[in-house]
Write a protein that binds this ligand. Sequence first.
Ligand code: PEP
Ligand code: MN
Length: 341
Amino acid sequence: MIVILKNGCTAEDIDYISIKIKEMGYTPHIIEGIEKAVIGAVGNEKNQERLKSLITVPCVEKILPVLQPYKLASRTTKNEDSIVKVERIMIGGGNFVIIGGPCSVESLNQTMAAARAVKKSGGHLLRGGAYKPRTSPYSFQGLEEEGLKILKTAKKATDLPVVTELLSDHNTDLVASYADIIQIGARNMQNFALLRAAGQSKVPVILKRGMASTLEELLMSAEYILSEGNYDVILCERGIRTFEKAYRNTLDLAAVPTLKKMSHLPVIVDPSHGTGRRDLILPMSKAAIAAGADGLIIEVHPEPEKAYSDGPQSLTPDEFSEFMEEIKPFIEASGKKMSLR
Ligand code: PEP
Ligand code: MN
């Protein structure tokens, strides 16, 4: 249920109603909109009748059920686009971001070269996995804590905040202490313990769509993070499994406008994993921008031919620089502006 408050409600009013909601066994989630505040009351729906009695409180305007199973992520609960902020960077609400960097952190030199390339071409954040989810246990698994330290060094040198993957809830505190944004990978989209841990970390999260997951399942996974009180969730379309073999995955761009109708959360697109082919990154990025994406996450490697993972889909620094120039007019035409950085 959502409790919609009248214009001009005070912080005391919000506290008072939140206490009442808690007394009825629900968790209140305060969502401050531009015009009015809303309190989401999340919990066992059996006692809904009791919540409806809050209409007698003078500053309450309306109490409505949220029909979608994803309550806090839905447009019913919050109609305005959410904006996730990382330092000066804004993601969503008309602000566009570019995240670039290698698939895996392999060495200080490799990560620094990628970070400098991303910075020089106008990217906003550096990506790089220190813990890698690999199909084979014999493939490179990441440099782990050493990789996190390398990302920190690259951040210091370039001023780019970092996005890195959290693979296990056991090292949430460690990864959260280095990450400006935690990535939850496609394979872990329904790792519910991990989602809860990312929610409790309070670090912004990029949640990638599982390769066989529906949009509703993606939003239910976002709901795990939101329901822990972490409202900084960015959804990421990264391609799904289909029968088509010409590319690594089928980048489902219809997901972008559909998710934006279903939810207020920002939506970014990963054409690198979505296609697995560097020649498709530019056209699919243009299409993603046209579909309404709030940002792109692109793999960039100083020497893709030597990459420990995902070399064939990685852009070189020169290719990335050209890519950035090519997409700028498309971002402008979409009505969005590049975020500050
Ligand atoms: C990655 O970003 O390198 C990655 C492994 O992504 P995904 O979880 O989408 O496969
Ligand atoms: Mn990768």
